[in-house]
Design a binder for this molecule. Sequence first.
Ligand code: 5CA
Length: 438
Amino acid sequence: MRLSRGFLPTLKENPAEAQIVSHRLMLRAGLVRQTSAGIYAWLPAGWRVLQNIARIVREEQNAIGAQELLMPTIQPAELWKRSGRYDAYGPEMLRIQDRHERDLLYGPTNEEMITDLFGQVIKSYRELPQVLYHIQWKFRDEVRPRFGVMRGREFFMKDAYSFDVDYASAVDTYRRMMLAYLRTFQRLGVKAIPMVADTGPIGGELSHEFLILAPTGESGVFFDGAFEDQDWLSEPVDIADRESLDAFFTRMTSFYAATDEKHDESAWTDVPAERRREGRGIEVGHIFHFGRKYTESMDIAVSGPDGAPLYPEMGSYGIGVSRLVAAIIEASHDENGIIWPDSVAPFRAAILNLKTGDAACDAICETVYAAAPDAFLYDDRAERAGVKFADADLMGHPWQIIVGPRGAKEGKVELKRRQDGARFELTVDEAIARVTAA
Ligand code: 5CA
């Protein structure tokens, strides 16, 4: 994309309404704009990040056999009356009436709808397990939406739902999902630590939340630093084998990790002092096993091995996709702006033309740009070099390809890595190869 033609509005000044760094940087880097309290439009750069996150989430869900579908945002109230949650959910639910005075709602979550769909399609225990998910907008009328997309009213969530024949099989599904989450967050370039959690209005007895360490987090967290060194992408787990899943879960839960609500001071003192990590965390994912809560209340059964009705065991598994954009920024920025992990960056590199109109600079920039016009943001504006450097740092591209008149004469460019400021003088071809390498 050419910056001169782009819908990429950067701001020099800090917006007064933004209290935390990710909110400030998201507005300043032109990722989002608020359209009403707690509701945001995603501008092109922000939408690219959101889609990159969704793609990684999707790949890891598919890898454990979950199937993607898409349910609507608007749901009939009748479904929630069947589960008994329509009244219980309270003022966080946005209730709507259509022209025929039928009660609808903007979905805050989808347990009821998926259970109903499941019941329409799956008739026998032989068709279990089923794991279904979608990535869709949710609405929760939060009393105090704040911190930008971190706690919005409308937000983008991946929510998966599982149906198993019995408890043991549901636990296997839960553990597979846990592994998928650890892999997802690692690929997103952040360290999210799973912690035993309360289940709240979703209900159920087995639950973990995943927290990213950041000073602005809403929960206090305590965990064993050894967790940060684990490589879940090369963890040898056979997801089709119960014993292998059990060994993985036992190893994973052997590291101490708890939010302040669940903190156990005596277990904490067993963690070697140099490995104790204490701080605040942002919840980016939450998984629940809740058994037959919805299948029973909504009377959704399949036929069991003996022909009698069998109520499947369920779990639900959320990832805050839009919240992750803010959480990644909280965990990865400096005083100049965002530092995007390669996997989620809206653009791989910015091409900074330090002297537009100079024939050599223009020619080199066009050559580089032509190599990957969708992955590169070409700063072709007639602006001062200082403005271009500042905007590129603010927007956080992993690489900057800097093209100035002196180097251009010799066919050379300067490559800068945003993460550590490392600089390399390279030929045009070398620079392209370096930046486009996996
Ligand atoms: N049905 C379950 C799991 S599918 C569920 O709704 N879980 S949840 O309430 O924990 O939400 C899942 C994730 O969505 C949370 O971990 C959080 O990362 C994100 N989330 C929840 N509320 C908001 C909000 N107001 N703004 C942004 N993200 C949110």
